[in-house]
Design a protein around this ligand. Structure first.
Ligand SMILES: [Zn+2]
Length: 492
């Protein structure tokens, strides 16, 4: 349906989202101006049954175990022949015949026969040893039939890591997976596994096995080649779902704990990205889901304000995301009871598509912080700050006068606040600078913790006498520091 792609990406963006009042809450911005479309269509664009964009978070992780015990009683020759036919069938190489034909084959034990015809001569001994190792192998894997290829691969990887052996893929197709010992050349190890997808059940079954490994891996390594990003993703998915901000070192420690190998930082990072994408959708889909999501928030949280800025679109050119502003209804209602103070700041977004998140916060009578409004914009500039501050005024501050705005000294903010008619200037309002930002700049200049502490104390004083004596102290320690502070007045 609707897709809104980040700037620089071309993809259709359904105009239905931007064509109704529902979405634009009465704004008449040139870029948000809707094209002619009927309102019923606009509302239809917000399909709330689809709106649950996070539904993928809960995924079914049941692993069905099909215990399929094959009793190897037939002659090995028949067994092998039947199995070979089956493989051809499964791969779609043989004739497409009816399901009954499969049933006939089904009674023939289909598991764990030899791969190389040359081994056929040593039938008896070979069967005995292979049966023993087949049981070991099945036991190690926990099963011999897997609901899909992914589950099979995971089981084999975990087995290889546990037993300190390595495999490489010989052949991989949607219906087939063949692997062998990675050290087959160096050590002559004949370990091989072949699994095929059963036509009827759709399950992957191990049809051929040669083992156990006879190789010796002497090279002591902290990492394991089969411990790759996909496996790391599978093994850490539950942790990342629970806490998406979990750090890479923390995830790595979990892997070391569980599997005994230390994967590289890069591999763990790759694994985490895979999970994030599986759980939350990829970056492009997320941009596309944003209108739907915020539309749902507005629907279920009446009074919530959302304002969009998108590229103007033509029939050929799809829309692109530029900015979005939102303020939750409880924030707007709550601000009435807050102190007349609003702090604003921006923070960089370190994701695939960069940008800046702007935040406005209020403080209640009990010094508790109340988030008031948010925006995602392309970067900090006069234009973006002016855009954000205008909507704060319109939707949050409204008619209230005498608000004190606290910010850092970003030039874009200064220009927006000081322009003609600004509601943030006396007598309508006040603009003060954040002491913490100011002191950080001071510290970067003089790199002295004692001076930093004193400057903080001076800035927090509400008595002129105490302020002056603290400034004296600073002057005694470093006259240049005092000069710097006095040349940057705290009230502007
Ligand atoms: Zn081996």
């Amino acid at each position: 349906m609707a897709s809104l792609l980040p700037a620089g990406r071309k993809a259709p963006f359904s105009q239905t989202f931007f064509s109704g009042q529902t979405f634009f809450s009465g704004r008449t911005d040139d870029s948000g101006e809707s094209t002619a479309a009927d309102d019923s269509k606009a509302i239809g664009g917000c399909d709330f049954t689809d709106a649950n964009v996070i539904s993928d978070i809960v995924q079914n992780e049941n692993f069905y175990t099909i215990s399929q015990v094959a009793v190897v009683s037939n002659a090995i020759t028949n067994d092998n022949e039947a199995d070979a036919n089956e493989v051809l069938e499964e791969d779609g190489i043989g004739e497409e015949d009816d399901e009954d034909a499969f049933d006939n084959n089904f009674q023939v034990p289909s598991t764990f026969t030899i791969i190389e015809e040359t081994n056929m001569t040593t039938v008896n001994n070979w069967i005995v040893t292979q049966l023993a190792s087949k049981n070991d192998f099945t036991q190690e894997l926990g099963k011999d039939s897997f609901k899909d290829k992914e589950e099979l691969i995971r089981a084999i990887k975990l087995y290889s890591i546990r037993t300190h052996k390595q495999f490489e893929v010989v052949e991989t197709r949607p219906t087939l997976w063949t692997i062998r010992c990675k050290l087959h050349l160096q050590s002559g190890c004949k370990w091989q596994v072949r699994a095929i997808k059963r036509k009827r059940s759709g399950y992957f079954e191990i049809t051929k096995y040669m083992g156990p490994h006879t190789c010796l891996y002497n090279n002591i390594s902290q990492d394991h080649p089969n411990l790759d990003g996909s496996l790391i993703a599978q093994e850490t998915k539950h942790l990342i779902k629970e806490q998406p901000s979990i750090s890479i070192p923390a995830l790595r420690a979990k892997i070391v704990d569980k599997l005994g190998y230390i994967p590289s930082y890069k591999k763990v990072w790759t694994g985490k990205q895979k999970v994030i994408e599986q759980v939350f959708g990829n970056w492009e889909e997320s941009y596309s889901a944003l209108p739907k999501f915020l539309c749902a928030v507005q629907k279920f949280n009446p009074g919530t304000i959302v304002e969009w800025l998108v590229s103007s679109s033509t029939n050929e050119e799809p829309m692109e995301f530029r900015r979005v502003f939102w303020a939750f209804a409880p924030s707007i209602k709550g601000f009435v009871h807050c102190r007349p103070v609003i702090s604003i700041d921006g923070t960089h977004l370190y994701c695939k598509y960069k940008g800046t998140m702007m935040i406005a916060m209020g403080v209640d009578g009990n010094n508790q912080i109340l988030p008031l409004a948010f925006a995602i914009v392309e970067n900090e500039s006069y234009d973006s700050w002016n855009w954000f501050l205008s909507y704060i005024k319109i939707h949050v501050v409204k008619e209230r006068e005498g608000i004190c705005l606290i910010s850092d000294r970003h030039l874009g903010i200064l220009k927006a606040v000081n322009q003609h008619g600004s509601p943030w200037l006396e007598p309508r309002g006040f603009h003060r600078h954040c002491l913490r930002h100011f002191i950080n700049n001071f510290y970067e200049k003089f790199r002295n913790s004692e001076l930093k502490g004193l400057a903080y104390r001076a800035g927090s004083q509400n008595q002129v006498r105490k302020f002056n004596s603290t400034m004296e102290e600073i002057g005694k320690l470093n006259p240049q520091a005092r000069q710097w502070l006095e040349s940057h007045p705290l009230d502007r």
